[in-house]
Design a protein around this ligand. Structure first.
Ligand code: 13P
Length: 251
């Protein structure tokens, strides 16, 4: 059966020193609290190696926040999936709405990134989600369906390694959370879209996380929904106690 997951996305926050301290604190708190889910911290590229050195893999897994669509070579400033993997990372966030919106990442690039991540043994946390206008004009189910379908040339074996994160853009960093019912409806929709392509077994085994102003006070209600398998946490992952408060929503 699918895994419950709580993953932090630190985004472009923390210096190296602050990031190592945060990872250390998360690790220390998890020694005292047995987590009933997989716990992941997704950190800036510059922090990967140092964070990997202070976390215990049976308590906390690590991911990057992006990787290149190119395998290697003359792409100044880019970081490849193989480089990310070589730091000890297990996961990589791909297709975050901030990457789609501010860096123009499109479905074709995201498929290439996903293929390279998988080829290098990284598990993608693939983000989908509609903007406010699409929520309001009622096109949100179609928008998210087409974002998921961008991966439908993957083999069933490859697709089964993907974690999906539904992050309605209007809920990210706004303090405005989707209701548990809105999240459940969308997660069930995504699972149905996956089932139509890859069958019930793969759909039932796909972890689908909710992201967008998730915090200790609302995590329990969201995670109680049958198709919500955890969260991708931005702001509240920057304080170890708040992040742990969300992890404890599964206890
Ligand atoms: P917030 O939790 O800060 O709303 O961010 C969510 C997010 O974008 C996680 O990837």
């Amino acid at each position: 059966m699918r895994k419950n997951i709580v993953a932090g996305n630190w985004k472009m926050n923390t210096t190296l020193e602050e990031g190592v301290e945060l990872a250390n604190n998360v690790n220390a708190l998890l020694k005292d609290t047995k987590a009933n889910c997989e716990v992941i911290v997704c950190v800036p590229f510059t922090h990967l190696t140092s964070v990997n050195a202070v976390i215990e893999p049976e308590l906390v897994k690590m991911g990057a926040e992006n990787c290149s669509e190119h395998e290697k070579g003359a792409y100044t400033g880019e970081v490849s999936a193989a480089m990310v993997k070589s730091t000890g990372a297990d996961y990589v966030i791909l297709g975050h709405s901030e990457r789609r919106q501010y860096f123009g990442e499109n479905n074709e690039q995201l498929l290439k990134k996903t293929q390279l991540a998988l080829a290098n043994g990284l598990k993608p946390i693939f983000c989908v989600g509609e903007v406010l206008e699409e929520r309001e004009n009622g096109s949100y189910n179609d928008v998210v369906k087409s974002q998921v379908e961008a991966l439908f040339s993957l083999s069933p074996d490859d697709f089964s390694k993907i974690v999906i994160a539904y992050e309605p853009v209007w809920a990210i960093g706004t303090g405005k959370t989707a209701t548990a019912e809105q999240a459940q409806d969308m997660h069930a929709h995504i699972r149905k879209v996956v089932e139509e392509k890859y069958g019930k077994e793969i759909a039932d085994n796909t972890s689908i996380l909710y992201g967008g102003s998730c915090k200790p006070s609302n995590a329990k209600e969201l995670f109680a929904k049958p198709d919500v398998d955890g969260g991708l946490i931005g702001g509240a992952s920057l304080k170890a106690e708040d992040f742990l408060g969300i992890v404890e929503a599964f206890n």
